[in-house]
Design a protein around this ligand. Structure first.
Ligand SMILES: *Cc1c(COP(=O)(O)O)cnc(C)c1O
Length: 366
């Protein structure tokens, strides 16, 4: 075992010492075919649940994965006060489980909550709950290439009231889904948005707010009908500047320089994005965080200096894009994506505890 790579999660006190745990009678794991998993449709045996009422978060509980009972007037159904996170646990070949920069997910969870007027969740509850949950459901985390456990923390307004104001009751949950690598092998053709927008200045684009995704489903379904797997969003004012995709930040490699748009209140501050920036710089690759216009992308394509376009996100890690379309015209991208591949492999090697971790990103589950 690679002890020198080991880093433990440090919890902030006070810790949860009376967490109630109800274990399942019998695991359903033997009924699951791990080779044919569809993304996010199979869940592990347990879940974490914690309720907010009377002005405070109650003691978290781990219970068998099960449906919830909610009042029809529950505020989330009417006003969408809900945010979530997406993170992954990886198992190395020695059977140890690792998280990747989970503190960043936790901080972003509370940044999103704050913007949606949801009470912030205590750090010790989050990490101690997650640690216990991953301990109980550890057999669901498979080692080997492409295998991981997708972890979905979520919080929503559960108060029984159709009054249009911030709720006074919430439910926090963590559910987990074993996954294979996303989109593996398939072509990714994207369309650059010219009509619809994802986010606006002063809005909630930077938050993982549930409504951001609901608002994308209609345009994304239209795009799918036209043969595009994803939309690259542009700025809402002019549609001239490239922003990000559905659940991915986007990088463009032009003239050997990686370019990605700066984060703002419209852009999700992706953990994969910032890790890729650090890794690329570490490897001596030039990186620019600056606004980039659709026109610049098209010119680079014409000049033959556009080398790669790829998306980054926890689900996909790094996803090379095969073509983009704009103004009814399609622009094919080079088949070879050496920088995307190299960065992806380096990141995966850190995530799976197969390499040094020069940035101290990896956390062992204990
Ligand atoms: C989650 C998400 C990303 C990627 O963030 P990661 O932290 O890298 O997973 C990018 N854009 C949007 C809109 C997202 O929701």
């Amino acid at each position: 075992m690679n002890l020198k790579f080991r880093k433990k999660i440090n919890f902030t006190r006070p810790t949860v010492n009376r967490m109630n745990i109800t274990e399942i009678q019998k695991s359903k794991i033997n009924s699951i075919d791990f080779d044919t998993l569809a993304f996010g449709q199979t869940f592990t045996d347990h879940m974490l649940i914690c309720r907010y009422r009377e002005g405070k978060w109650q003691t978290p509980e781990i219970i068998p994965y099960q449906p919830l009972t909610l009042d029809p007037s529950s505020s989330v159904f009417h006003y969408g006060q809900a945010i979530f996170e997406g993170m992954k646990a990886y198992k190395d070949d020695q059977g140890e489980t690792w998280l990747f920069r989970p503190e960043e997910n936790f901080k972003r969870f509370n940044r999103s909550s704050k913007r949606l007027q949801i009470p912030e969740f205590p750090e010790s509850y989050f990490f101690e709950g997650l640690n216990k949950l991953l301990y109980l459901d550890n057999q669901w985390i498979k080692s080997g290439e492409g295998n991981s456990l997708y972890i979905r923390p979520v919080v929503f307004a559960s108060q029984a009231s159709v009054q249009a104001s911030a709720a006074n009751e919430y439910i926090f949950m963590i559910i987990c889904a074993p996954v294979k690598s996303y989109y593996s092998g398939s072509e990714i053709n994207v369309v650059i948005a010219e009509e619809y927008s994802r986010a606006a200045n002063g809005g909630v684009g930077f938050a993982k707010a549930a409504g951001n995704y609901a608002a994308q489903f209609y345009p994304t379904t239209q795009a799918l009908k036209n043969g595009f797997q994803q939309i690259i969003w542009t700025d809402a004012d002019t549609h001239e500047y490239l922003e990000e995709a559905g659940t991915m930040n986007v990088f463009f490699r032009i003239n050997n320089t990686l370019i990605t748009t700066p984060t703002s209140d419209r852009i999700l501050d992706g953990i994969t994005r910032k890790s890729i920036i650090d890794l690329a710089k570490h490897k001596g690759i030039a990186v620019e965080e600056r606004p980039i216009k659709v026109a610049e992308l098209k010119e680079a394509h014409k000049a033959g200096t556009l080398q790669e376009v790829f998306g980054t996100g926890t689900a996909v890690v790094v996803l090379p894009i095969n073509s983009f379309s704009h103004g009814g015209e399609t622009f094919s991208l080079p088949k070879e994506t050496p920088v995307a591949n190299e960065l992806k492999n380096s990141l995966l090697a850190i995530q799976y505890n197969q390499s040094e971790d020069p940035f101290n990103w990896r956390r062992a589950i204990v």
